[in-house]
Design a protein around this ligand. Structure first.
Ligand SMILES: Nc1ncnc2c1ncn2[C@@H]1O[C@H](COP(=O)(O)OP(=O)(O)OP(=O)(O)O)[C@@H](O)[C@H]1O
Ligand SMILES: *[C@@H]1O[C@H](CO)[C@@H](O)[C@H](O)[C@H]1NC(C)=O
Ligand SMILES: *[C@@H]1O[C@H](CO)[C@@H](O)[C@H](O)[C@H]1NC(C)=O
Ligand SMILES: *[C@@H]1O[C@H](CO)[C@@H](O)[C@H](O)[C@H]1NC(C)=O
Length: 370
C-alpha cells in the first residue's frame, strides 16, 4: 500500500468540462519517414482514442479530476469504442452527441522512430456539430458545478455558445490555441487562461519574438490571468498578469532581456523540470507602446534520455490536462509549470497521446505539489 501522503491531493471542486475534438488515432511507428511512392513496414502499430479534448480530459481524469466532455461522434464502431474508452478512464460522456449516420473523426499518425517526429493526417467526422445539437438544458447540466471549462478551439460556433454561458456563470475558461482559426478571437476574448503552441503567439500578434508576442496577447485580452507557450523539449514560457499598484515602484524591463536573463539561470545538471520566475516587473516590448505589469516564467522540460523518448504525440494535451488540475487545486504557478512538464514528459515515454499519461497514485506527482 502506498501512504496517503504520496497520492496527488483531490481538489475541492474537481469538476471540469471539455469542449472540442475527439477521434481515433491510428499510430504507426516507422524506422524513418517514408519517401513518396515507397513501401515500408511499421515496427509498432496501435489504435487508441485521440483528439485534443479527448486526450486532455483523459489526462485530467487520471490526475483525479471529474471531467465531462461535450463533443460529437457517430454511432459507428470507432465512435462507440471512443466513448467506452473515455468512460473507462472516468470521463463523463453523457453530454456527447451521437449521430446515427456519418463517420467519427480519425487521424493517421506516423511516428518516425529516428527523428522522433509525429506527423498527423486528420480526417474530420461528419455530420459536423452545430449549435442545435446541444440543447440549453444539456448545456446547463454540463456546466453545473464546474470549476473550469476547456476549449481546443474546434467547432467555434458551438464553442462560443458554451463559452458565453460559462462566462455568464463565472466559470473560468481555458483555451488551448494551436493556430489562428475562424472564431478563435471571440473565444479568446472570454478566456481567463490560454495555453498555446510555439507558433501561435507570433502568428496571432505578428510580434517579432515570443516574449513580445506574450505582452501583446496580455494587452489584447484584458481578462487573461496568464498565457503559456509550450516549446516542446525546450520547455515553456508563461506571462502572468499582476495587479499594478499605482504608486509602487516596480522596476521596468525589456521583455526579451528579461527572458534571456531567466534562461541563463537554468541549471543544466537537473533532469527534472524546473521553474524560473522573474520578479513582478513592468514589462516593455519593442514596438508596443503600453507595458504590462507581470511576471515572466521560464519552465524547463524534463530531460528524457533518448532511449526513453518514444513519441511526443499529445504532449501538449497532457500539459494542458495538468494545468487544469493545477487550476482546480489552486497550485501556485511556480509549482504548476514543473508539474505540467513532468506529466507531459511521462506521456512522451509511451506510444500515443494517452498510454503514458500518469495516474494520481504515481508517488512522483504529489512531490510537485508540496
Ligand atoms: N522531447 C521532449 N522532452 C521533454 N519534454 C517534452 C518533449 N516534448 C514535449 N515535452 C513537454 O511537453 C510540453 C508540450 O509539448 P509541445 O510544445 O510539443 O506541445 P504541442 O506541440 O502542443 O504537442 P501536441 O500537439 O502533440 O499535443 C512541453 O512544454 C514539454 O514540457
Ligand atoms: C526504435 O529504434 C530503436 C533503436 O534505434 C529500437 O531499439 C526500438 O525498438 C525502435 N522502436 C520502435 C517502436 O520501432
Ligand atoms: C458572477 O460574479 C459577479 C461579480 O463577482 C457577481 O455579481 C455575479 O452575481 C456572479 N454571477 C453568478 C451567476 O454567479
Ligand atoms: C489559492 O492559493 C493562494 C496562494 O497560492 C492563496 O492566496 C488563496 O487564498 C488560495 N485560494 C483558495 C480558494 O484556496
Amino acid at each position: 500500500m502506498m501512504s496517503s501522503e504520496s497520492v496527488l491531493p483531490l481538489p475541492e471542486n474537481p469538476i471540469i468540462v471539455g469542449f472540442g475534438g475527439v477521434g481515433v488515432d491510428f499510430l504507426a511507428v516507422v524506422p524513418s519517414f517514408p519517401k513518396p511512392d515507397s513501401k515500408i513496414r511499421t515496427t509498432e502499430f496501435t489504435v487508441q482514442g485521440g483528439g485534443n479534448n479527448g486526450n486532455t480530459m483523459t489526462c485530467a481524469a487520471r490526475l483525479g479530476l471529474k471531467p465531462r466532455i461535450i463533443s460529437k461522434v457517430s454511432n459507428d464502431g470507432p465512435g462507440k469504442t471512443m466513448l467506452e474508452e473515455l468512460e473507462a478512464e472516468g470521463v463523463d460522456t453523457s453530454f456527447f452527441v451521437v449521430s446515427k449516420e456519418g463517420t467519427s473523426p480519425f487521424s493517421y499518425i506516423i511516428v518516425d522512430n529516428q527523428s522522433k517526429t509525429r506527423t498527423c493526417i486528420f480526417t474530420p467526422g461528419y455530420p459536423e456539430m452545430v449549435p442545435q445539437d446541444l440543447s440549453r438544458a444539456n448545456l446547463l447540466s454540463a456546466l453545473d458545478g464546474a470549476r473550469v471549462v476547456y476549449f481546443d478551439a474546434r467547432m467555434p460556433d458551438n464553442a462560443l455558445v458554451i463559452a458565453q454561458e460559462a462566462f455568464h456563470q463565472n466559470i473560468s475558461i481555458l483555451i488551448d490555441a494551436e493556430r489562428p482559426r475562424e472564431g478563435l478571437n471571440d473565444l479568446l476574448s472570454l478566456a481567463d487562461y490560454v495555453v498555446c503552441s510555439e507558433k501561435f503567439p507570433q502568428a496571432w500578434t505578428e510580434a517579432s519574438s515570443i516574449p513580445r508576442a506574450l505582452v501583446s496577447i496580455i494587452l489584447r485580452l484584458p481578462r487573461l490571468k496568464f498565457a503559456i507557450v509550450t516549446l516542446g523539449k525546450d520547455g515553456c514560457i508563461m506571462l502572468e498578469k499582476c495587479v499594478d499598484d499605482e504608486g509602487s515602484h516596480i522596476e521596468e524591463m525589456d521583455v526579451d532581456s528579461c527572458f534571456v536573463s531567466l534562461t541563463t539561470r537554468k541549471e543544466d545538471s537537473t533532469a527534472m523540470p524546473t521553474c524560473i520566475p522573474s520578479p513582478v516587473t513592468k514589462l516593455r516590448a519593442e514596438g508596443i507602446e503600453e507595458s504590462v505589469c507581470g511576471r515572466l516564467y521560464y519552465g524547463t522540460s524534463e530531460k528524457i534520455p533518448p532511449s526513453e523518448l518514444v513519441d511526443t504525440t499529445g504532449a501538449g494535451d497532457a500539459f494542458v490536462g495538468a494545468v487544469l488540475y493545477s487550476i482546480c487545486a489552486n497550485l501556485s504557478l511556480e509549482k504548476m509549470l514543473p508539474f505540467a512538464s513532468y506529466v507531459a514528459a511521462a506521456n512522451c515515454r509511451a506510444l500515443g497521446a494517452r498510454r503514458g499519461l500518469p495516474y494520481r497514485t504515481n508517488p512522483r506527482l504529489a512531490s510537485f505539489t508540496e
